[in-house]
Design a protein. Structure first.
Length: 246
């Protein structure tokens, strides 16, 4: 039983100034049912939640997290990253989103912050290669979340293109043109200080693609290629993307 839903329902009802009786009348539910929901004695059905959300003018997201907006942490986007083929990511206490946001928004968030997850970073060239992108939108989302994400995503797109040009990217590169356009857009931004993505700067030589972007990340192109190969092997063991079901 999820008592939190009851607390969130109470907060939403009080936020619009309705009594339990008024809410019951508006939703055509018995007041006793509303009371049991708020006390945690009854779990609302999906149909009831939709009805309550419509009357209270809140998104379903409210009943999931107590916020009208989706969160920006890794656990808030991990399910959508799985949908984008990052299929071996295991995040503790991941949040089920009320709806998927734009893919470009998710990728920009994944590359943001002082210390983005190395497991995610090393998978992003594959995610970029295997999905379709709108370069301008990706650039705008990255600028909004973290200017460093623009540079990082330009670097990661460059890695995907470099591997694809030299060896062929594992699983192919669906978005070559879009990634090339994105790299051109981001290349106009002057990188700031060298970026180590929160990791200790090593002494090993960096590949040229990393030096171009002033990225000090302790991994070779082979690291990213092998990560893509692993994800490719895992893809066949997972369900098809939900968005393809219609």
């Amino acid at each position: 039983m999820n008592v939190n839903i009851g607390h969130l329902l109470t907060a939403a009802r009080q936020g619009v100034g309705l009594t339990q009786q008024q809410l019951a009348h508006a939703t055509k539910l018995h007041q006793g049912v509303i009371s049991e929901m708020e006390s945690g004695k009854r779990v609302p059905t999906v149909e009831q939640l939709l009805n309550l959300a419509r009357v209270l003018k809140v998104p379903i997201q409210w009943f999931l997290t107590g916020s009208n907006q989706a969160g920006n942490e890794l656990r808030d986007i991990s399910i959508q990253l799985h949908d984008l083929y990052l299929v071996d990511l295991h995040v503790e206490n991941e949040i089920v989103p009320g709806a998927f946001r734009a893919d470009e928004d998710v990728i920009a968030l994944a590359a943001s912050g002082n210390s983005p997850s190395p497991r995610v970073i090393e998978a992003l060239p594959a995610v970029l290669a295997w999905n379709s992108w709108r370069p301008g939108l990706l650039h705008e989302f990255a600028k909004v979340h973290d200017l460093r994400a623009c540079i990082r995503l330009g670097w990661l797109a460059d890695i995907a293109l470099t591997i694809h040009a030299n060896q062929g990217f594992p699983g192919g590169c669906k978005s070559t043109g879009a990634l090339e356009e994105f790299v051109r857009i981001v290349a106009k931004i002057e990188p700031g200080l060298d970026d180590s993505l929160g990791l200790a700067v090593g002494t090993e030589p960096l590949p040229p693609v990393s030096r171009r972007w002033k990225i000090h990340y302790p991994a070779s192109l082979e690291t990213f290629r092998k990560r893509a190969e692993h994800l490719l092997s895992m893809r066949g063991k997972t369900l098809s993307r939900a968005r393809r079901v219609s």
